[in-house]
Design a binder for this molecule. Structure first.
Ligand code: ZN
Length: 349
């Protein structure tokens, strides 16, 4: 499942590739992938053909002002007309973690204001929220690349496929002849259209905790929130999106390895100094993930079909049974609250 660095990679790439492009047409091949309005999208959703037609009609002619991110949600902000609305200095930087984003003061309870500050304008137009869930992916091809074959699964023996393929559920065609394909093998992902004015009512946007790479996420704040879960196991607490957004199985394993802490340790058993090390590793490891364009050890691929390089830097995730890169001890894996965590029994205590 894509985590913060993978989603951030997609957002940065799409932002660069799609900005100011005009949607010429949209094809929805699997209706349940799309949705309208701020309500929660259920996995068993059914979408009528009239809703699908409305989804398509609303998007036709829209221009993409920017693509941003909040936790693991992608936010496409649209406009109509010939010129993009005036952009503020910080516009578009929601995705540029650590580059100016931290300059703002963020109140955890007013994230939507933050979204506005970051350039998702409430201008009476549309926004599209996208969750990739387990296996959602975007592939973008220029007009001249449309015959390029993509290996959409991260297995060396997976076949190269022309887009659209059998896992493509939505296709956006732009006026310059380029196309954006939304593929999803497991079909848990969604594309949801909301009016900008409805953003305030989107539950998924309200429920997230801190953006871990935001400057407003400080050690003091971190200590405050972990202490609300004294009996929680540290891995589980790290992965709780209501506390800190965007950390899943891969990055929690890697963060805890570098901090030298076993995944099953109870929060109350960890000293301040150790929690401080975990806090530093949250920021460092996630930044490394973004710098290396995400981890393709799972099913993640970039918008051109290439793989992220973070997997090369994994010390424990996906390495159970192999030697620890630091000390040579065999990496172990265990279940923690239903999720498998990998760790080195020597380096982590
Ligand atoms: Zn070790």
């Amino acid at each position: 499942m894509p985590e913060l660095p993978e989603v951030e990679t997609v957002v940065r790439e799409l932002n660069r590739k799609l900005k100011n492009k005009t949607i010429k047409s949209v094809e929805v091949l699997l209706p349940k992938i799309v949705s309208l309005g701020p309500g929660t999208v259920s996995p068993k959703r059914q979408v009528s053909s009239s809703k699908v037609s409305k989804f398509i009609r609303l998007l036709k002619g829209q221009k993409i002002r920017l693509v941003a991110r909040r936790a693991k949600l992608l936010i496409f902000d649209f406009y109509r007309g010939t010129r993009a609305p005036n952009l503020t200095r910080s516009s578009g930087t929601l995705s540029q973690v650590g580059e100016g984003v931290g300059e703002r003061q963020v109140n955890q309870n007013t994230e939507l204001t933050t979204l506005r500050q970051m350039g998702v304008k409430i201008d009476g137009s549309l926004a599209m929220l996208v969750h990739l869930k387990m296996t959602g992916q975007f592939i973008y091809l220029k007009k001249t690349q449309l015959n390029k074959k993509i290996r959409i699964l991260n297995k060396a023996n997976a076949s190269l496929l022309l887009m659209p393929c059998k896992y493509t559920h939505v296709i956006f065609s732009f006026t310059d002849g380029s196309k954006l394909f939304f593929n999803d093998l497991r079909q848990f992902g969604y594309l949801k259209l909301v009016a900008d004015s409805e953003l305030d009512c989107v539950k998924e946007l309200k429920d997230f905790g801190y953006e871990p790479l935001d400057k407003s996420f400080t050690l003091e704040k971190y200590l405050e929130i972990v202490k609300t879960r004294p009996n929680g196991k540290i891995k589980q607490v790290l992965m709780d999106p209501k506390l800190v957004a965007g950390i899943g199985n891969i990055y929690s394993d890697e963060i805890l390895f570098h901090a030298g802490v076993r995944p099953g340790r109870k929060v109350s058993s960890l000293k301040h100094q150790v929690l401080g090390m975990i806090f530093n590793e949250i920021k460092r490891v996630l930044r490394k993930g973004i710098e290396t364009k995400g981890s393709s050890v799972g099913d993640f691929i970039r918008t051109d079909g290439s793989w992220g390089r973070m997997g090369k830097y994994h010390y424990v995730y996906g390495r159970a049974g192999q030697e620890c890169k630091k000390c040579g001890t065999i990496v172990k894996s265990e279940k923690f609250n239903g999720r498998t965590g990998s760790f080195c029994p020597s380096c982590q205590v």
